[in-house]
Design a protein around this ligand. Sequence first.
Ligand code: HEC
Ligand code: HEC
Length: 270
Amino acid sequence: MTDLGTISSRLSHPRLVLPAAALMVALTAPGGAEAQDNVGRYEQTDIEYGATLYNMHCIACHGENGDLLPEINLRTGRFPNSPSDRDLGDNIRNGLPDTAMIATEYTDSEVTALVAYVRNIGSVDLDSILIGDPIRGQGIFEGTGECASCHRVFGRGPRAAPDLSNIGAIRTASQLERSLLGTAGATIPINRAVRVVTADGTAINGRRLNEDTFTVQLVDENERLVSLEKATLNEYTILETSAMPAYAETLSDDERADVLAYLLSLKGMN
Ligand code: HEC
Ligand code: HEC
């Protein structure tokens, strides 16, 4: 657990609240030819996470406002070597040949966030950030939030709910935010709860660990590992409802921001 503190502390920063007006601007894709190749929609939480990453990794060369380098002003939204978001993400990750910008290992969610921020750097006015403090977030996760009563992190905790040790690397900031708000459909399909009834009538509620055409492996509510032949089952249903409580009301905005920062710090390294 010691390394977690190190990883987490990289994410520490003051937080602030965005005025609604800035939020509207942020959700509007920048104009210009380059934007045409892009999805055109960047989520606020990703932009905010991108801003925190930018301050950690990019500000030294590109400056606070993205206009420090004579070769390239990020605020123009015109990136000669990055026509699409995919190119932009690849360049952020792989660096640009023959320039000072070198390859850096970013996770997929970090790249998503950096692209979202860089695409909006000219139009978004970030005075503060809705991603909170990961250390406080860990406290809430293990304490009042009771997340640790269902979720496992770095080998500690039950298996009833998905293991979150790597969740910050595989889910974007906005997807994690949706999980916390209880917005339907945020969960990776394999993590949806299932209900099976075996040939002898036994009902099992659980979560899939693995599945192929013929068999399915579940963890049931008592954390038992169950392997089943699908052809022998009387019922096999993937549940639409979530066993995960919604935290839109039970956690304050600040607490959710802290928990989000903690989740984003979970990148599979212990
Ligand atoms: C060590 C300095 C350095 C760091 C750190 C750095 N960059 Fe750069 N970056 C450069 C230089 C230099 C260029 C301009 C290359 C040129 O066009 O000559 C550049 C170019 C770019 C471009 C233009 C790409 C294009 O299509 O032409 C983008 C976008 C960019 N950087 C984003 C980032 C982001 C985001 C980060 C942080 C994750 C970052 N950079 C970190 C030095 C840096
Ligand atoms: C009562 C058990 C329970 C509690 C308490 C709980 N969760 Fe969950 N959580 C689940 C289950 C089960 C899922 C799997 C998806 C589903 O059923 O919707 C899930 C899914 C998630 C996901 C999405 C995982 C994915 O694959 O995308 C995240 C993130 C998450 N929980 C974080 C938290 C956090 C943070 C807390 C505390 C603030 C928390 N959970 C509290 C049961 C719980």
